[in-house]
Design a protein around this ligand. Sequence first.
Ligand code: GFB
Length: 323
Amino acid sequence: MTTRFDWPLSGKKIWVAGHRGMVGSAMVRRLQTEDCEIITATRAEVDLLDKAATADFCKQHAPDAVLMCAAMVGGIKANTDYPVDFLLQNLELQNNVLMAAHNSDVDRLVFLGSTCIYPRDAEQPLREEALLTGPLETTNEWYAIAKIAGIKLCQALRQQYGRHYVSVMPSNLYGPGDNYHPEHSHVVAALLRKFHEAKQNGSDEVIIWGTGTPRREFLYVDDMANACITVLRSYDAAEIINVGVGHDITITKLAETIAKITDYQGTLRFDPSYPDGTPRKLVDNTKLAALGWQPKMLLADGLRLAYKDFMAGWKQRTPERGM
Ligand code: GFB
């Protein structure tokens, strides 16, 4: 049963850590509709990898709650190419922000995890209880281990100090503000770019990594922001809570849909020399649904909005920036 809780946002000061990322910026958009004060800091103002600077910032602004959206993220290839960075940077970022919050007496915090924390072969749909019941998917275990450590730190702070810190596990996110790097992005952003470029260059085929058979559950980032606000307002328990849309599709189907949206007429060629990753990671949404949250965005509509975002930033995006 989901534990109900009532934490009104009105008049509260909320720090969105990582507000420049896809999830953080959606969180700011969502909070702007509430009667609360939003606190943000750019990396130039506070580097969250700097423990002392992060602690100072949190003390100085004294937020009532923190939404921990800052993370080093990337798709299947980035996870495999940069295991040290995915493990260490995420551990450092989350340790710095969570401990800064605790040491500044911030009593509410929402930590963002990922469904890759679940065992690769866990029963589907994935229930929260599956955490730490089996081996992880190897393509992203470094990131998953860091996220599991974040979940455990929230639980430890609750157990030792009574902090009301909670952890949410979203399925694969996409939407405006995504990273469109050709190799390091997640699949939606990667395919929007690949199909768009193939159309522009008149290429007669697009390479899709893997076999096309893995299934993924795609969650629009504004639905995720809404879920986090629901959790911040109404959920308070040590147990993690899933966020997903309740159904998944194959990568082949996703690629066909994106080909249509980008109006690409050529062929899809699958390259099985690239990894598939986990075969499926559909989540069980029962706990969050009991709090009244439902996703609003249909995948085809969300993909069209994401394509629009990609097109809007296309000119500024060359030369390539960052990860
Ligand atoms: O989104 P993605 O990179 O990550 O890949 P995961 C999803 C699926 O799409 C995999 C296939 O089966 C990929 O092989 N795919 C096909 C592609 N073409 C492409 C392409 O051009 N680019 C990309 N990126 N994939 C992530 C984790 O796993 O899930 C993260 O790496 C995070 O850590 C996230 O947990 C939610 O879904 O496999």
